[in-house]
Design a binder for this molecule. Sequence first.
Ligand code: GYE
Length: 325
Amino acid sequence: MTFTRRSFLGVAAGAAAVAAVGSPIPALAANKPLTIGFSQVGAESEWRTANTASIKAAAKQAGVNLKFADAQQRQENQVKAIRSFIAQRVDVIAFSPVVETGWDTVLREAKAAKIPVILTDRAVKVSDPSLYVSFIGSDFVEEGRRAGRWLLEYDKQLGGKPLNIVELQGTVGSAPATDRKNGFAEVIAANPKLKIIRSQTGDFTRAKGKEVMEAFLKSEGKNINVLYAHNDDMAIGAIQAIEEAGLKPGKDIVIVSIDGVRGAFQAMVQGKLNVTVECNPLLGPTLMQTAQAVAAGKPVAKRVTIEEGVFPADVAAKVLPTRKY
Ligand code: GYE
């Protein structure tokens, strides 16, 4: 299979505030430095590393006292971290929830302690939306749709060939895995020749992406035309598996992934990855601004989304030097 040239859809990456204002929280005493307790998902991907670096740098720049806890991809660790932030009486709690459900109890405890909660990156499903003041993060359904639209267009260029797709899902129960799966499925449903033949989680890591791709190759072999990976790290792991199986990633198997990290751009420059849909991890400055506003008793947007682009392989060499993560 040859790579289809496609124009690049946009680069803009910045935060854009969207509608709906949350309830104001009592103001913090002026001139006392703000303390934020932040519970991070883990260190599972290049995206996450960039996200952590952005939050730490922005806290430093804003003079915020940041208490940072790494949950190693486990919800119980996040619940523990949040309880410890409540016990320490931090001014604001922020976290990137590993999964969507199971947060009601601990968030009610934060609310009872009058500590505002800001969600970053991943969303939660809670019965009471007043359990958090703001959610700052990307539209993952739209990212999945963008990946699907690229593939529809690619298939059009091939003259509408049937394509067998294998899918590497992110962490089970996480917002990006669920949303990216749904957005992609919704779009490719327009073309019945595009079929997902296998779909399994690779937990957003390179190691698992490689392992699961090996299993896909073992059972499906040359039946696989396309890999859709919910993040670049799993795609990069899978590239290794494809090469070890004696096939050419990006050619024998077309690869579509999400994040737009440097490693993906390098893979595209080498012709091993066909496209990456951008997901911007640089949420630190927006988080600090939002936390400061909340602590000052100012109303904040309930939902802050991030503008992102799509980068096909033919723009990779030109764009790579400008990438910030
Ligand atoms: O795409 C993936 C990471 O939640 C958007 O988590 C984030 C995702 C990101 O591990 O690489």
